[in-house]
Design a protein around this ligand. Sequence first.
Ligand SMILES: *Cc1c(COP(=O)(O)O)cnc(C)c1O
Length: 300
Amino acid sequence: MTIPMVYNQLISLDNSNVSLQIKREDLIHQFISGNKFRKLKYNIEAAQLQKARQLLTFGGAFSNHIAAVAFAGKTYHFETIGIIRGDEIENHEELNPTLQFAKDCGMQFEFVTRSDYRLKESEAFIESLNHKFGDFYLIPEGGTNDLAIKGCEEILTEDDSDFDYICCSIGTGGTFLGICNSLKPNQKLLGFPALKGDFIENQMKEKAKNDQWKIISEYHFGGYGKVTPDLIDFINQFKADYKVPLDPIYTGKMVYGVMDLIRNNYFKVGTKILLIHTGGLQGIQGMNNSLKHKKWTLIN
Ligand SMILES: *Cc1c(COP(=O)(O)O)cnc(C)c1O
């Protein structure tokens, strides 16, 4: 997998004394977007080396990772199996846009209950999958493993050495850890979890190779996949102002958080900040379907 050039876009803020740019990793690929491309790169290479026939992975029904693996499988000639969490789609006559896309790419699904899904890393469960599907190359939930972290070490380049702060969203933390490994000594990384809970900070503490980072945990908006009208308005306004679309699950929350910190003078005058746009735009359609249901404003 070769990665196309990514550029940093300037975000011109009025009445502010910090400078802000956003790395448009969302433009890497329409479907294997942003960090999911980075995380798959070395895993696809490993699967090719092992002459694997199938890729098997796990995810929720709206998962960017599921969409990315399905498309990567189609592109690089692997069969793909998605183990999908959730009872809400048990009688799945109608697939949501993410799963429909994955299916169109040839992905085969196995729907499991939330309680079974929790056991997904147990030996017995993997063995039962082996029994059912034959041999496969296993990619963990969210795509995070050592090869994924290695891929994410390539997000920052020498051209980015001047930034004081790098900001990214956190799901499983693979992207955060990869960026953390490639920080220059003068740089700091801020991670914005898209989900609720202190466990993230502890996990990162265990795995990070330096302490040039901080977790900002106030911008999860109620938890994973949760949104508020305020967040949706922010995403729409940001796109109108800067022509940068943000997704509601990850990047919207992170950018909202950074803007809030800037407003509250968290950063010193003259600080140079780089936001990482990790992609995820395929999830907007699915989110809009549920917003329509609630009669809320939609994401433009
Ligand atoms: C998956 C995803 C993340 C989270 O990445 P992790 O490596 O799991 O922390 C962030 N942003 C977007 C858009 C994603 O799809």
